[in-house]
Write a protein that binds this ligand. Structure first.
Ligand code: BYC
Length: 469
């Protein structure tokens, strides 16, 4: 294990000091990153002390410090999980070969593309969320937003390190472009669809961190399987931080649901908008939107890119080594969703080509778990939330171009137009949700539309000054 150099200009456990050229290259990218952070990171609170977790090590325990820090002074660093001795590639045509410590020449372009797509999402989400600090429902939530933001920044660092260290000149150019594309920019947008959608309010933020960060969990877990060992180790450590982001989403939506149930019981009505709560129908529409754009992030049902990544040993399946098959998938087949005779149906496809779908299946099963928890609360008022049909509101894959209801029925354009307002957030929903978004910045207080969390952060009380105002 390489020791963590925490006091270096760029904290790291990759022995950066031993490679002067690389160190200089990254140190020249560092001010561009900080400039980007100040320009396109959170629009306020940059000079405030925030109770942040900072990665300082990669072990099981004590890998992070908690302290008040000003965001631009956050110690963004490069941390790879410890190397596994004699690690072998666990799938694909190189099954059983020693994992690569350098980029194999024949897979350079594919690996670079994977690293770039992954890296691009990280600053994108910070850009999407930059205005949320104006309207946080509590200091606890404000701090969680900033925690998520600084860690997405660190995840960008994780990918930029790989680009600089392993991809030479074009890697450095790609690293610069990470700061040049911007979420929603018509000329230079972010690469993947969901990362160009705005995150205009906190309800959207909670659903984004539940559904879209969960795509991050599954993509990172697949990249952790990579035969390219530095990518695998980097993703392993990123997943540790990522868990908190999904916690923010799962508990965030859970707290909104809890408050909704309280208000419904108190006022004996589903129409709790007049009492400052979010009604269940609105929650379902927000869920439908964030779920469907996140489901798109897995790509098409069958993909030669995905097959090639797997065969080459670059990107595996979720929990690859726990699967009881040959880990090559040359002969295996599976069903994938398809439109058959104009209706949602299935077709048979080679498992190798269908790996995006396999990952999407794992993701959907994971999404369902949170719903079950929220629905336990909602059962007290006889209501529930559900995931829409996989073909609903899709822009990528077999269902793109079809109008499919949440129940899975193919609709004409006019039937869709007539019902879409019941299924996706309307302008009225957005303006109602916006009307609830008022900052609550007295320690311990909470906005009316969301219940307080069960506990504070790192054993601190709920009325702790998570952000010093
Ligand atoms: N939007 O062959 P296909 C995270 C493109 S999130 C726009 O099916 P493939 C995070 C596709 O690029 C995790 N374009 O694609 C979360 C391809 O283009 P080309 C991010 C799309 O390659 C929250 C074409 O359509 N990490 O970490 O099999 C906060 C054909 O599609 C989209 C990764 O995604 C889309 N949604 O699959 C912060 C992991 N979908 O080649 C962070 C790395 C597809 O024809 N990426 N296209 O020009 C990959 O593994 C794959 O690139 C994808 C796409 C799974 C994304």
């Amino acid at each position: 294990m390489t020791a963590v150099d925490i006091d270096a200009k760029i904290p790291n456990n990759v022995d950066l000091g031993a490679d002067r050229r690389l160190q200089r290259a990254l140190e020249s990218w560092q001010p561009k990153f900080v400039e980007w952070w100040k320009e396109l990171g959170p629009v306020a609170f940059q000079d405030h002390d925030v109770y942040l977790r900072t990665a300082v090590s990669v072990g099981q325990d004590g890998w992070a410090n908690f302290a008040h820090v000003k965001m631009p002074d956050y110690r963004w660093g490069i941390f790879l999980a410890d190397a596994e001795p004699d690690r072998r590639i666990a799938f694909g045509d190189h099954l059983g070969d020693p994992a690569w410590q350098e980029v194999p020449g024949e897979y350079r372009a594919e690996l670079r593309r994977l690293v770039v797509v992954q890296g691009d999402t990280e600053p994108a989400s910070v850009e999407q969320q930059r205005h949320l600090c104006d309207t946080a429902p509590s200091l606890y939530d404000l701090r969680n937003l900033f925690q998520v933001n600084v860690e997405e920044g660190r995840h960008l660092w994780a990918m930029v390190y790989l680009l600089h260290r392993y991809f030479g000149r074009d890697g450095r150019d790609e690293a610069d472009e990470m700061l040049e594309r911007h979420s929603g920019d018509p000329d230079k947008p972010r690469i993947l669809g969901a990362f160009n959608e705005p995150t205009p309010d906190w309800l959207s933020f909670f659903f984004f961190t539940y559904f879209t960060d969960r795509d991050g969990k599954f993509q990172l877990a697949s990249l952790r399987e990579s035969g390219f060992d530095p990518l695998s180790r980097t993703c392993d450590f990123m997943l540790k931080e990522e868990a908190h982001h999904m916690f923010v989403g799962a508990t965030g939506v859970g707290r909104v649901v809890q408050r909704t149930v309280e208000l419904m019981k108190e006022h004996d009505t589903e129409d709790i908008r007049p009492y400052g709560g979010v009604d269940v129908a609105t929650l379902q529409r927000y869920l439908n939107f964030h779920y469907s754009v996140s489901v798109d992030l897995f790509g098409a049902e069958t993909s030669t890119n995905a097959a090639n990544y797997y065969a080459a040993g670059l990107k595996g399946r979720f929990q690859e080594e726990r699967r009881a098959d040959d880990h090559r998938l040359h002969l295996a087949t599976r069903t994938v969703p398809a439109i058959v005779d104009g209706q949602p149906g299935e077709r048979q496809a080679p498992s190798l080509a269908a790996l995006n779908e396999t990952l999407r299946d794992d993701y959907i099963a994971d999404c369902q778990k949170g719903l079950e928890r929220w629905n336990r609360s909602l059962s007290e008022v006889g209501l529930s939330l559900c995931l829409p049909h996989v073909g609903f509101n899709r822009a990528v894959g077999a269902h793109a171009g079809y109008r499919i209801s949440p129940g899975g029925e193919v609709l004409t354009e006019s039937a869709w137009e007539a019902s879409a307002g019941a299924w996706l957030p309307t302008e009225e929903d957005t303006s109602f949700v916006t009307s609830l978004m008022h900052p609550v910045y007295e320690a311990g207080n909470m906005a009316s539309w969301v219940a307080p969390p069960a506990t504070g952060i790192h054993q601190r009380p709920l009325d702790y000054a998570y952000v010093r105002i």
